[in-house]
Structure formats: structure tokens, C-alpha cells
Design a protein. Structure first.
Length: 709
């Protein structure tokens, strides 16, 4: 016979009873009235209702205002929130309503909820001075059901150990569900079910990633971990391959023809997809016509088509250390849409008439056909800027002058210049890192960037100023909020340790003094640390229909128009812009807001995947350097250790507090420091330390250091 606790019927009935009280405004009811409201007539069930109400009164769920009548003890006993797992198997539920405090849930009361799931929690009445506690009553939405990890096969069954440190349960795999996986291999597993009283969920192997520790296996594992597909479905590839590469005369007739205007692309030397081209023409009135020509992806990818659905789901291309996972199949990204030289290409363009002072006198947006004359790498363009004679010299030198004026104007208006050193790996043919170098951004990079910013800003302004109040036209903007004052204050206090003063009275002053700080630290040993902390103290930029400004760039209106091959929001922007140019009326803002939210989430995941691939390469690079000594900077502090970034190669690892044996160290969160309790030794963010590589765990992408001084 089942115990009371295991009676699933009773559990469901309890939930139904609670719902009745909540719906009736918590009116006091006896068990017969509750039964009537539930349309329950059989005696056994009525007895069970009576038992639930009596037991619930003892446990504090119900109370009895008068004999035989019951009420919920607390009307709002249920809270919806997100699970944040801790290492010991308990969790904190972060409520959707951010004014409420977190709710602690003990491991046995989690009811199979996993990290980041959205759950409904029954919150207990708080005892005086105690934190809020509760138990999960329903899982509303699973954050993920697919995990990467290692398969361990025995004679009769298999177990799967997830890589994800927040996934604390192994997954049971019946032998029929192995799909060709061999013992010890790295695989992607999907949870199929989790029986009520089972300790472990049951899963199936979705795909075999390969041998642990191999570059390909580990990169695919990172992609799978963040929910990015490893290949395009056949239907998507077929849809891409069925598109003709012939541009018809009718299509060209509909467009503005730029094929006889000097046009070129500037991209990294190893780029395969060219999103943007620039055209240049000197006008008779002494002004310049500058065209920013963007691949017309929305011509090929139509709403709700197979290609469109796949691109929307992915949201973005993902750039790992050694590979690009494109948002669109190669047929589109590297062929049809890529603005390759000496080929006619369809574009969506923003064309500006600029004077010598880079003021915009006229602008035009619309569909075009172009023919790029040259494909330049950044290095080649830089050589022309630095004086190398070339047939494009006149165009590039003038564009560089205009870009410089646009840049200066942007900074005068309060834009912030985040220039951190970008570290890249030299990889051998197997993807193994054999060296590290710093990527330097010169004028050629900035030239392209400033004209892309101009196009993005002017497109957003054009739509943003079209309607007023209720007649405002819904559009997808790239919004960046002002910084949070608290995080800014703590950043300012930290910067003062290096002798830098920040004025943070107003948003404008903040931007101005941040800029002078970021210029001052260029090339210094603390540049990376202070820049990344400054970036962390800023709000994150998102896609939204609700707000249009960009604090970091000091623009009132900003959007993303210039990269539709690799970003889905740019495709939405192209479609909306064309729709409004054709005289279209308002669209459904909520629909575009939901799509924008998804795009922001996918962008965040792509950034996390990229970071994970960098961490992997850093670990791989230091794998052969156990015992090697380096100089580093303290780049982070936590209660279990301090992070140190090696000055020479920017690889980051951890010195664990338990390994610093000269004292007992604890975290001083307010001062970004760890402090020795007896000798009062202090290690603070930004301190220079000498370390030795102690241990590297490739699978966990973790590097451990020993502190030498």
C-alpha cells in the first residue's frame, strides 16, 4: 500500500483545493462545499478532501476560522520563479516579481526541477528572522532537456555524466537508446522522462560527439551545450540549394543601379561572408555620395519559409575560436548573399550625401544592385591609408577623413570608447593553439565601423521620427540603457586605486570621464582589467521595440541594419524598413517584441559559447606548461579563490584559497579583495602576482595556478 506522501491523486487534489480557495477570494469553506465546487460526489473522495484540509491545518497550509470551515493560511502562497542551483543540490528560486526576495528550496523539495527551469513554488509562512523557504509544486518550463557529457556503459544499462556543473543528476540510458555510442565517448543526451519517484531521469543519446579531448568533439560539445544545432536540417539545405543564382532583368529594373559606381568591400583576410560594401562618388557640387550597401538577405529569405524559421531559431551566427557556425546555409552566407568582387549582387542600401565636414545633406534608403570592384583585407586598406599608391587611394583617403570626423563628433556627444586588447590564437592544422597574438584595431577597421554606425543610426532615426505618440511606427531597435548607479560607484572606487578619478554626477559626465580614463589606460597593464570591469558596470544592449536610444554610442536612435547574413534582427529591420517605405501601416508591436527578446537571448548564448571556446583554447594552450612561471594580474575574487590573468598571453586561471597556505583567507566583497585573517595580507583586484601553472582540466575548461608571491 502506498504511503500518504506517495499518493499522486492526493497531490493533484491538494492543488485543486488550493485553486478553489484562491478563486473564491479565500472564503471559508467546509469540506462538502469544496467537494461541490470540484463537482465531486463520491464518498471516498469527500473523505480525502476532509483529510487534506485537516492535515493541511496541522502543517500550516490551511487554518480553521470556525469549526469545520477552512481557509488558506496565506492567499499568495504560490510564487513563480527561476531555479538557481547551488553546488550542494539545494536551490534558490528567483521570483519573476523582482521586488520579492529569493526562496530557499532544500534538495528533497525540488521535485526534479533543474537549473534555470521556471517553476511554481509553495512558499511557507516565514518564521521570524528566517529566510523564505518553500517547495516546488510544478515545473512550468524546462530550461533545457539536452546535455553534453560522457557515457559510461555496463552490461545491462548505461549512465551519462553531464558536463554542466549545475546539472547534478546523472541520466539513466537504456541500452536500446545508445544510438551507437561507445563507452567513454562524449555524447549529447536528451531527457525523455523522469518517473515520479525515480532518482535519475531517463534519456536517449541524440548524437555522438566523438572522443573526449579532441578539438572537434569539444567544440561541438560547446555548441550543443548552448543549444546551437551542429548542422542544418536537410530541408533547410535543400531550400537554400533550390534558389537560383541568376538575377533577372525584371529584378534589376525594380532597383537603383549602382553597378557603375566605385564600390569595394573591406573585411578580415580570412572572411568568407561579405555583409557590407561601400561605394564612393564625388558629386558636382563638391559633396560626396557614400553608399552603405548591405546584402539583401530578405529578398532570398521570405517570412515563415523553411529558411526563415531556421534563421530565426538560431538568431545569430556563432563565432568560436576555430570556426563559424553560420545562421544561414553556406549557399546563402558565402555565395548568393556574400558581396563578392566582380559579381552583380542584390543589396539593401543606405546612401548619404556628405559635405567636407561629414554633415549629411541628403539620404536615401532602398533596394539596389551593385558590382564590387575590389575585395580588400583590413591590412590592404590600412596600407592605402598609410600612403601606398592604389587606384582606390582617393576614395579610401577621403572616406577615412570623413569617418574620423564622424567618430570625433560621436565622442563629443558622449559616446564611450571601449578598446580592449583582443587576444587571438595561432592554431595548427588540428586546431591546437601554438601561439597567442593581440589583434590591433587600426583606422581601416574604424573607417568601416563608423560608416556602419551612420547607416544603423540614420535608418533608426528615419523610422523613429516618422510617427508621433499613438501613431509611432513599431520598429526593432538596438537599445542600450544608462548604467546602474550602484555598479558605477563601485567601479569608480576601484578605478581610484589605480589613480583614476571618475565623475559620475550625470550620464553625460560619466561618459566623458569614462572616455578619458579608457584613453589614458591604453597600453597599460591594467587596460584589459579596467575595460572589462567598465563594460560589466554598463547595462547590456538588447533588441526591443520599446526604446530606441543607445547610451554607449550617444545616439537617440539606433538599430542593427548592416549584418543580415549573421544576425536575424537585421533581417527584421530590412523587412520593416521596406514595408514602411512602401507606405505600410503599423505592425503588431508585441509580435516583434517577442522576436526581439528571442534574438537577445540567442545573442547572449552565442557570446557564452564563444567565451567557452576561448576558455577551452586557453586551457589547451597551457596544458603543456605545467610548472611554468608567469606574471599575472588579479582579475576576479570569489569566496573560493582568486582569478589571475597572465599578462603575456591573457589566459585566465584560478588560485584556490585552500592552496594559499601562509594564512586563512576570506573574501572582502566590497573591496574586491581577499584578506588573510591573521597577518592581514591583502590580494586585491588589479594586483600584480607571480604564479605557476599547477593543473589543467580540459574537459571542465579550468586552469589552476599556484601563487608564488
Amino acid at each position: 500500500m502506498k504511503s500518504k506522501k506517495e499518493n499522486p491523486y492526493k497531490e493533484v487534489l491538494t492543488q485543486l483545493i488550493v485553486d478553489i480557495f484562491e478563486k473564491s477570494g479565500n472564503t471559508a469553506l467546509n469540506y462538502k462545499q469544496v467537494a461541490a465546487k470540484l463537482n465531486i460526489t463520491d464518498t471516498d473522495s469527500k473523505v480525502t478532501i476532509s483529510d487534506i484540509l485537516t492535515d493541511g491545518t496541522r502543517t500550516g497550509q490551511f487554518n480553521q476560522p470556525e469549526r469545520g470551515k477552512f481557509q488558506l493560511k496565506q492567499l499568495h502562497v504560490y510564487v513563480t520563479g527561476k531555479v538557481d542551483m547551488t553546488a550542494d543540490g539545494s536551490a534558490y528560486i528567483v521570483p519573476e516579481d523582482d521586488t520579492e526576495s529569493d526562496i530557499y528550496v532544500a534538495p528533497r523539495k525540488l521535485r526534479q526541477a533543474l537549473h534555470n527551469d521556471i517553476v511554481k513554488v509553495h512558499v511557507y509562512e516565514r518564521k521570524k528572522g528566517r529566510k523564505r523557504e518553500g517547495e516546488v509544486v510544478e515545473i512550468l518550463q524546462r530550461a533545457k532537456t539536452d546535455f553534453t557529457g560522457t557515457i559510461d556503459i555496463s552490461k545491462t544499462y548505461a549512465f551519462f555524466q553531464p558536463d554542466d556543473r549545475k546539472m547534478l543528476h546523472d541520466i539513466f540510458i537504456p541500452l536500446d537508446n545508445l544510438n551507437g555510442a561507445k563507452n567513454g565517448e562524449k555524447v549529447l543526451v536528451s531527457i525523455l522522462e523522469w518517473p515520479k519517484n525515480a532518482k535519475n531521469p531517463i534519456g536517449t543519446v541524440k548524437s555522438v560527439l566523438g572522443k573526449k579531448g579532441e578539438n572537434n568533439t569539444e567544440m561541438n560539445a560547446i555548441l550543443a551545450d548552448f543549444g546551437f544545432p551542429l548542422e542544418f536540417p536537410k530541408a533547410v539545405e535543400d531550400a537554400a540549394n533550390s534558389i537560383s543564382d541568376i538575377i533577372s532583368a525584371e529584378e534589376i529594373a525594380k532597383r537603383h543601379d549602382f553597378r557603375n559606381t566605385t564600390t569595394f568591400t573591406i573585411d578580415p583576410a580570412d572572411a568568407k561572408d561579405f555583409d557590407d560594401a561601400i561605394s564612393f562618388k564625388k558629386l558636382e557640387n563638391g559633396n560626396y555620395e557614400v553608399g552603405v550597401h548591405i546584402a539583401d538577405v530578405s529578398h532570398y529569405v521570405t517570412p515563415d519559409s523553411t529558411l526563415d524559421k531556421e534563421a530565426f531559431e538560431r538568431g545569430t551566427s556563432v563565432y568560436l575560436v576555430d570556426r563559424v557556425i553560420p545562421m544561414l546555409p553556406e549557399r546563402l552566407s558565402n555565395n548568393l548573399c556574400s558581396l563578392r568582387p566582380n559579381e552583380d549582387k542584390l543589396c539593401f542600401s543606405a546612401v548619404f550625401e556628405l559635405d567636407e565636414k561629414a554633415n549629411v545633406h541628403d539620404q536615401w534608403f532602398g533596394r539596389t544592385v551593385i558590382h564590387s570592384d575590389r575585395r580588400l583585407s583590413y591590412e590592404q586598406a590600412q596600407e592605402i591609408i598609410e600612403g601606398k599608391e592604389d587606384e582606390l587611394s582617393e576614395a579610401i583617403l577621403k572616406l577615412n577623413e570623413l569617418a574620423f570626423i564622424l567618430r570625433e563628433r560621436k565622442f563629443k556627444a558622449g559616446a564611450i570608447s571601449f578598446e580592449s586588447e583582443e587576444v587571438k590564437f595561432n592554431l595548427d592544422e588540428n586546431g591546437k593553439p601554438i601561439g597567442v597574438y593581440t589583434k590591433v584595431r587600426k583606422e581601416a577597421h574604424k573607417l568601416i565601423e563608423d560608416f556602419m554606425l551612420l547607416a544603423n543610426r540614420k535608418v533608426a532615426e528615419f523610422i523613429g521620427r516618422m510617427g508621433k505618440g499613438k501613431n509611432k511606427l513599431p520598429f526593432v531597435y538596438r537599445f542600450h540603457d544608462v548604467p546602474n548607479p550602484e555598479t558605477l560607484t563601485s567601479f569608480s572606487q576601484f578605478a581610484s586605486r589605480f589613480g583614476h578619478r571618475l565623475s559620475i554626477k550625470t550620464d553625460k559626465e560619466t561618459a566623458k570621464s569614462l572616455n578619458s580614463l579608457l584613453t589614458k589606460i591604453e597600453g597599460s597593464k591594467e587596460q584589459n582589467l579596467l575595460t572589462s570591469l567598465a563594460i560589466r558596470s554598463m547595462a547590456k544592449a538588447i533588441y526591443t521595440t520599446k526604446k530606441s536610444s543607445h547610451y554607449g554610442l550617444a545616439f537617440d536612435f539606433y538599430t542593427h541594419f548592416t549584418s543580415p547574413i549573421r544576425r536575424y534582427p537585421d533581417v527584421m529591420v530590412h523587412r520593416l524598413l521596406q514595408y514602411y517605405l512602401d507606405g505600410g501601416r503599423k505592425v503588431n508591436a508585441d509580435h516583434y517584441e517577442k522576436m526581439s527578446e528571442h534574438s537577445s537571448q540567442m545573442e547572449k548564448k552565442a557570446a557564452e559559447a564563444e567565451r567557452a571556446s576561448i576558455k577551452y583554447k586557453q586551457a589547451e594552450y597551457l596544458q603543456d606548461q605545467i610548472g611554468v612561471e608567469y606574471k599575472g594580474l588579479v582579475s576576479g575574487v570569489t569566496e573560493w579563490g582568486m582569478y589571475v590573468e597572465i599578462e603575456e598571453n591573457k589566459c585566465e586561471g584560478m588560485v584556490r584559497l585552500r592552496d594559499i597556505t601562509d594564512d586563512f583567507y576570506t573574501l572582502d566583497e566590497k573591496n574586491f579583495a581577499i584578506i588573510g585573517q591573521r597577518k592581514k595580507n591583502v590580494y586585491q583586484l588589479g594586483d600584480e602576482v607571480q604564479i605557476k601553472v599547477k593543473k589543467v582540466d580540459l574537459e571542465k575548461r579550468q586552469i589552476d595556478f599556484t601563487l608564488l608571491s
